[in-house]
Design a protein around this ligand. Sequence first.
Ligand SMILES: Cc1cc2nc3c(=O)[nH]c(=O)nc-3n(C[C@H](O)[C@H](O)[C@H](O)COP(=O)(O)OP(=O)(O)OC[C@H]3O[C@@H](n4cnc5c(N)ncnc54)[C@H](O)[C@@H]3O)c2cc1C
Length: 410
Amino acid sequence: MGDAEWDVIVIGAGPGGGTAALHCARKGLKTLILEEHKEVGVPVHCGECLSEVAVQNLDLELPEEVISLHVKGIRVLFPNNVEKKLTEPGYVLEKHLFENWLIDEAVKEGAVFQSSHKVRGMQKIFELENQFSSWKITGKGDLFPLTSKIIIDASGVAGVSSKILKNSSNIEVIAGYQYEMVEVENDGYLDFYIWPKYAPEGYVWMIPKKDSRANVGLVTTMKKDKIKSLDSFIKDTYLKDNQIVDPPWRKKGIKVKPFGGTIPISGPRNNTIDDGLIMIGDAAGFTSPLFEGGSHLAMKSGKFAAQVAKDAIAKNRYSMFELKKYEIMWKNEFPPYHKILKGKKALYNLTDKEIAFMASCMPDEMNGMSTITKLGVGMKILVKNPSLLRKSVISVLLSFGYSRAKFYGW
Ligand SMILES: Cc1cc2nc3c(=O)[nH]c(=O)nc-3n(C[C@H](O)[C@H](O)[C@H](O)COP(=O)(O)OP(=O)(O)OC[C@H]3O[C@@H](n4cnc5c(N)ncnc54)[C@H](O)[C@@H]3O)c2cc1C
C-alpha cells in the first residue's frame, strides 16, 4: 500500500524526535527528521537535568562531552528555611550537545536529518475510499512537499500536527526562564525553591553545571514581571554578587539575556494518534506536572512510537486503529497525571506557613520512604494540624513521590 517516499518523517529534532528517529532507523525504517532551526538544540529551552534512572531506562550510553555535571539529586527548599532532599543520581547535560549527539546516533543508524525545514501543512492521502495511505507534508524548505507513511510529531510545545489538523484540544502552558550564572558554588544537588513569593504556582531553581556555572531560573503562572521576579530572587539571595553571562551556545556579542520557553501543563492531549500519526513528548502534552521535567517522557514516548511504527509498517496498515497500541503503551507506563496535578494544585493552595509545616513533617531524605515513614508523616500532620488534611495535603505528598525519576519526574 502507498508509494510514500519515507516510512517515517519525524517533525522536530529535540530529545523526543532524536530518540524516535534513532529507534526507527535501528528497526530498518526509512526515516527523515525535519527541524525548523538551522542548528539542533539551540536555543536551549531546558534546565538540562536528566536522571540516571532515565539514562538506564532508555539504554543511553552518554558520551562525556554531553555531560556538564554528575549530580546527587534534588534538594527541595521550602519557606522558613525547611530543606528536604530527594537523593537520586543524575546529570546536568549540555543539552544542545546531547541533542546533537542523539541526532548523530540516528544518522549513523541510517536516518536522514534535514535542518531549516519547517512543517506547515499536512494532508492525508487516501488510496481507496476511506483507506488511509500516507501523508503529504508541506512547509518552508527545499525538500517540500514530502510524503510519508507515518509522521511522528515531536515538535514540542508547538504541537504542529494538532494545530494543523485541529484534532486535539488546546493545551495550557507555563513559561520558564533562566540565566546562566558563573562562580556559583554547589554540593552536587539541584536546588528547587518552593518559594511562592518569587514563583507563584511554580518554583525557582539553581541547577549547577561544570566550572561553577549554573542555570538559575523559574517557572510560574505569573502573567507579568517573571524576569523581574527572578531578578529579585537573585538580588535577595546568596547569588546577588554572581555574574550573569551568556551561555556558550549563544553567539558572542549579543546582549546577555534570559533564555527558556513554555511547557505544557494540562496533561496528555485527548488524542495522541491519528491515521499514520503519532504524537510524542511535549507535542503530546507529556510533562511531569510538579517540576515540569519532560525529556525522559519525550524520549520514552519516542521509543514507544518507533516500536508501534515498525509493527504498523510490517503489517502495511497504519490507520489510527492500528496505532492504538501506542496509547495503551504510554498509559500503562507513565504515572497518573491527574493524581500528581491534584497534589500540585493542593500545594499551591497552601500558605507559606502551611507549606513549611508540611515539609517539616517529612523526613530529611524523601527518597525511598517506607510505608511506615509515610504513615508517620500522615500521623504527624493529623495530630499537629488536622485542618491541613482537608486541604488535601496527602495528595501533595503523593505528588512529591511521583516526581521521582522512576516515575518520569526527571
Ligand atoms: C525553562 C525550561 C526548563 C526545563 N527544564 C527541564 C529539565 O531540567 N529537565 C527536563 O527533563 N525537562 C525540562 N524542561 C522540559 C523539556 O525541555 C521538554 O519537556 C523537552 O525538551 C521535550 O522534548 P521534545 O523533543 O518533546 O520537544 P522539544 O525539545 O521542544 O523539541 C521540539 C523540536 O521541534 C522543532 N519544531 C517545532 N515546530 C517545528 C516545525 N513546524 N517543523 C520542524 N521542526 C519543528 C523545534 O525547533 C524543536 O527543535 C524544561 C523546559 C523549559 C521551558
